[in-house]
Design a protein around this ligand. Structure first.
Ligand code: NAD
Length: 462
């Protein structure tokens, strides 16, 4: 039987209603009333995980991959419905990417020295229970990806998810625990609280059983975690510029930039947030963006209206974050056809819609007089986040100079930004890019600690 759009909508509604009911009556796997209880349960489960062989851990991870793929559409629809952000087809792709390309136990490697004085190993051991704070922009993707890496490293995890994405995060946590139980592992490999708040976050951050905190979100949460006195992995905000120079394939650059910028309505922190192009290519680039890539060229009056709508005195208007271009334009009274997927305009780097990290498909284009000027403006726009930057160029010297000067965890050349996550590019996937603390794209080994194991005067058989 073919599954219709209406049937899927009905299933999502039914699951959301059941989750509401469950919240009021029973608890789902891994969901506790209190943060201390959640940490205690995760601690008990970690003792079991630590005793398991790597093979057994890998079986749980394989089952997580399978269940994530099976539930990809449901998780995508729940995420969009609960947060109001992003779009279902791209969120499905993100879940499949997590399922297929998040590293497992193979990421944990050993370093060895052997010689006349014996054998010394550096083994990567677990921290224990890890505290994780997750964003509303990729809620279940981050929960699942973090759990796979943390579990591969022998840890369990307690989440304090974004309040705007609680149900989706809890659904993912329940799924992770079911995957563990089905594969012979313990319950509570991933835990959380029914109502995550700043208070539950504070309890987590100061709990003696939490040795490591992984924070994925904006500058506030990363600063809070790094001030907690605990070891922290800080995956913070970005404002990635895409630089286009005169040697680029301009038509392809237009396609790549718009594809990256519009992916999941610009929610990914790595997505192109603005363009800096050298003077000689600006017109051609904008021409292809409008004529072939579904971009709407906003007039100065429309840009002003967008600015008033999108930015409030208190910051970003949350009702605009992760919305598609058509919806954003309708908010300022402009009606466009369905094929419009991005709003572009030319502006100065200081313009608020360009300088701020918007997380919506509004792409300002800044004109530079030459390559050196473009690099300078792009570095300014990245605001020292050292997160992500992109370049479209065939000049290796330009690419090298840009990479060195901008010094970001991610630099994509001649492709859409999502190539950095292994989607159309080589390499593994993560949804926690530790820009502030330097781990870069986190994986299982980021969630382990070094342990030196020394056998003196023996086991060297050279
Ligand atoms: P957000 O900062 O509003 O929230 C992220 C999480 O932090 C939520 O769980 C929130 O409840 C919590 N939080 C916020 N302030 C806190 C504080 N002072 N103390 C404790 N917890 C706090 O971010 P968001 O809107 O959910 O996500 C978007 C932001 O996250 C963007 O800035 C984006 O660039 C960034 N992001 C970064 C990465 C990365 O890998 N570097 C990945 C996804 C999102």
């Amino acid at each position: 039987m073919a599954v219709s759009e209406q049937m899927v909508q009905d299933i999502v509604k039914e699951v959301m209603a059941k989750l509401q009911l469950k919240e009021e009556t029973t608890t789902q796997r891994g969901v506790f009333a209190d943060m201390n209880e959640a940490i205690a349960a995760a601690k008990k489960a970690q003792k079991v995980i630590h005793r398991m062989s790597m093979d057994q851990r890998e079986q749980i991870i394989s089952n997580i991959r399978k269940k994530t793929k099976e539930n990809a559409e449901l998780l995508a629809r729940m995420g969009v419905e609960e947060t109001g952000m992003g779009n279902v087809p791209h969120k499905i792709l993100k879940h499949i990417l997590v399922a297929e390309k998040t590293p497992g136990t193979e990421d944990i490697t050993t370093t060895a020295w052997s010689g006349d004085r014996g054998l010394t190993l550096i083994e990567m051991g677990p921290f224990g229970v890890i505290g994780a704070i997750t964003p509303c922009t990729n809620p279940s993707e981050t929960v699942i990806c973090n759990t796979m890496g943390m579990l591969a490293g022998g840890n369990t995890v307690v989440f304090n998810p974004h309040p705007q994405a609680v149900k989706t995060s809890q659904f993912a946590i329940n799924m992770l625990n079911e995957a563990s139980l089905e594969a012979g592992g313990p319950d509570n490999i991933a835990c959380t609280v029914m109502k995550p708040t700043m208070d539950s976050s504070a309890v987590m951050m100061s709990h003696p059983d939490i040795q490591l905190i992984a924070a994925t979100g904006g500058p506030g949460v990363v600063t809070a975690v790094l001030s907690s006195g605990r070891r922290g992995i800080g995956a913070g905000a970005g404002n990635p510029p895409a630089l286009v120079d005169e040697t680029a394939d301009i038509r392809k650059a237009a396609e790549d930039i718009v594809n990256g910028c519009t992916f999941d309505n610009n929610l990914p922190c790595i997505a192109e947030k603005e363009v800096v192009a050298v003077d000689s290519v600006v017109s051609e680039l904008m021409h292809y963006m409008v004529s072939e890539q579904g971009c709407y060229l906003a007039s100065p009056e429309e840009v002003k209206k967008l600015e008033e709508t999108v930015l409030t005195p208190k910051g970003l208007n949350r009702k605009c974050v992760g919305r598609d271009a058509k919806t954003l334009l309708s908010m300022i009274g402009v009606t466009v056809p369905d094929n419009i997927r991005c709003i572009i305009f030319e502006g100065k780097k200081e313009d608020k819609l360009i300088a701020e990290e918007l997380m919506m498909p509004i792409l300002g284009i800044v004109r530079a007089k030459d390559f050196e000027d473009a690099v300078e403006q792009a570095v300014w726009l990245e605001h020292g986040n050292r997160h992500s930057a992109h370049i479209h160029s065939k000049n290796v010297d330009h690419i090298t100079t840009y990479a060195k000067v901008i010094d970001t965890a991610i630099l994509v050349k001649n492709a859409p930004s999502y190539a950095a996550l292994g989607f159309g590019g080589e390499g593994y996937c993560t949804f926690t890019i530790a820009s502030r603390t330097g781990e870069g794209l986190t994986s299982a080994k980021s969630f382990t600690k070094q342990r030196r194991c020394v056998m003196s005067d023996s086991l060297c058989i050279r």
